[in-house]
Design a protein around this ligand. Sequence first.
Ligand code: FE2
Length: 281
Amino acid sequence: MADDTLIWPSKLHHLCITTGQRSKMIEWYRDTMGLTPEDTDNGMTWMKGSQRNLLLQDGEAGEAAFIGIAVANTAHLERLRIHVEAENIPTHPLTSPMFRDSSFAITDPDGHRVLFGLPKNSLGSLDPKPGCLQHVVFATTNLERIVSFYTDKLGCKISDIVREEDTGDQTACFLRTDEMHHTLAFFRAPAIKLDHFAHEATCWNDIRDWGDHFASHHVEIVWGAGRHGAGNNLFIFVRDPDENNVEISAELETLTFDQKPRYWPHNNRALNLWGHAWLRS
Ligand SMILES: [Fe+2]
């Protein structure tokens, strides 16, 4: 069992997604999400903001090339690196223009690359609408294996588990790396893939403003408005030109370090207290 303060406290800082239509994606994230495109030295496009940052690179649509997790400080990063080496966790030689040279990447059992690092002080201009990149969710074919990796090997804390009432089989798990209810979550599904990523706004009125903003760009809300059971956050979902699910959230629950895992039955209420749920399995 890992030292359970290992990854704590850390935050989702950015993610890199692959696309076959970069110019269209650049346009969408510029106009819809308020980010400013900037070319990087290694051939990516940095969609730059102050609270949300995204890297685009060529490849298959709908895949996360890596996620960037910002740790607390240099000592924290070094402690994590020593632990990863001692545990023989597979590493990957990728880097990010947003992190200092000391960053290092691992590969998880589903093949996702997670880059741990310290952000450079190079944020973009103030975002036109509030919404901090806050969590990322993946679909998985082996929920117990991936959850075990992030908890036992890296020290993530389980906030909520969704499970089938009759069999007890787990269908979703929400993991925190700081006081926010989840930084990462995994849903049981027929294939491993990026499920969605989310931006945490400041309040319900922000969600209204985002809805009006999306409407002005003819971007349809595909799920919501609603309130998730697990996490208790308000939400709306839209889709970018590659059909990636992009969430705007508010009021995400905060939990203490010591909070024990809680359980939800696998039904609509775990994912939407207000009504229709998007069940992945
Ligand atoms: Fe979410």
